[in-house]
Ligand binder design. Sequence first.
Ligand SMILES: [Zn+2]
Length: 70
Amino acid sequence: MAIKIGESDKLAKQWGNKPCSHPSVEKEIDWYGMQTGDVICTQCGAAFFGKDAWRKAREKALEEEKKRGK
Ligand SMILES: [Zn+2]
C-alpha cells in the first residue's frame, strides 16, 4: 500500500490539530506511481523524508506524550 501525493492533505484535514505519535507510515507516491522518497503518517498525514526521519519524529512524539502524562 502507498499514499498518493495529495492524499496526505486529506488525512491531515481529517485528523485536525491533535497530537499524533505517528504509529505507522506508508510510502508516498506521485501521480506516476513513483516513490517520492517521503513516507506519510497514515493517521495524521505528516510527511517525513525517509523512515529514519519518521522514527526520530515518532520517538519525539512518544516522549512528548509521556510528558503530558498519557
Ligand atoms: Zn502522525
